[in-house]
Ligand binder design. Structure first.
Ligand code: PRP
Ligand code: URA
Length: 209
């Protein structure tokens, strides 16, 4: 079964509070999502493999460590996932970025795919799928289906806020995909919004409504 990791670092929790606040405007919301994405990237890369590297310091030669060249693919789910990309790329700038476009049909809440463009070497990369919200889980499940269909083998899912319902759905559909979140909220409301959540992530990031 997929593991769920809650990144409850004080800085993440502090910034998430202001992200939730309905009085936080678009500019600040965007900046905070970017900052939290960077902090989460720091945590999610904790298990990256290292290899020995010979280096000569001004004092003597020594063996030190460098990342062992693992290829990372970052896949934001459009639109709101885009808000997390730059923050993650600050720490892993060599990652290639694919995009999967999905929207939730407001009546059925089912995800509809309208775009998919991934790096050409899909099979060789470890993917991190990002989206601020995991609500019913439909979008995350569909995005990961889409990635797997195109050959992806290693996938993690990272979001800011998850509902228990979404975690369960994602775990059932993709039991090998670990889930990394900043907060596990209480529930979904009748419109499929996370309670207490942060509202509509895409609208708050891009100033639409
Ligand atoms: C939001 C959010 C997720 C999805 C989560 O996107 O960014 O992608 O809902 O809901 P789910 O877990 O129930 O599928 P939305 O469909 O509002 O599209 P947008 O990013 O274009 O605003
Ligand atoms: N999508 C959002 O943007 N917010 C929610 O609470 C649920 C889905």
């Amino acid at each position: 079964m997929a593991k769920v990791f809650v990144f409850d670092h004080p800085l993440i929790q502090h910034k998430l509070t202001y992200i939730r606040d309905k009085n936080t405007g678009t500019k600040e919301f965007r900046e905070l999502v970017d900052e939290v994405a960077t902090l989460m990237a720091f945590e999610i890369t904790r298990d990256m493999p290292l290899e020995d590297f010979e280096v000569e310091t001004p004092v003597q030669k020594t063996t030190s460590k460098v990342l062992s060249g693992k290829k990372i693919g970052l896949v934001p789910i459009l639109r709101a996932g885009i808000g997390m990309v730059d923050g993650i790329l600050k720490l892993i700038p060599a990652a290639k970025v694919g995009h999967i476009g999905l929207y939730r049909d407001p009546e059925t809440l089912m995800p509809v795919e309208y775009y998919a463009k991934l790096p050409s070497d899909v099979e060789e990369r470890d993917f991190i799928v990002v989206d601020p919200m995991l609500a019913t889980g439909g979008s995350a499940v569909e995005a990961i289906n889409s990635l797997k269909k195109r050959g992806a083998k290693q996938i993690k899912f990272m979001c800011l806020i998850a509902a228990p319902e979404g975690v369960e759905v994602l775990q059932k559909a993709h039991p090998e995909v670990d889930i990394y979140i900043a907060a596990l909220d209480e529930k979904l409301n009748d419109h499929g919004y996370i309670v207490p959540g942060l509202g509509d992530a895409g609208d708050r990031l891009f100033g639409t409504k």
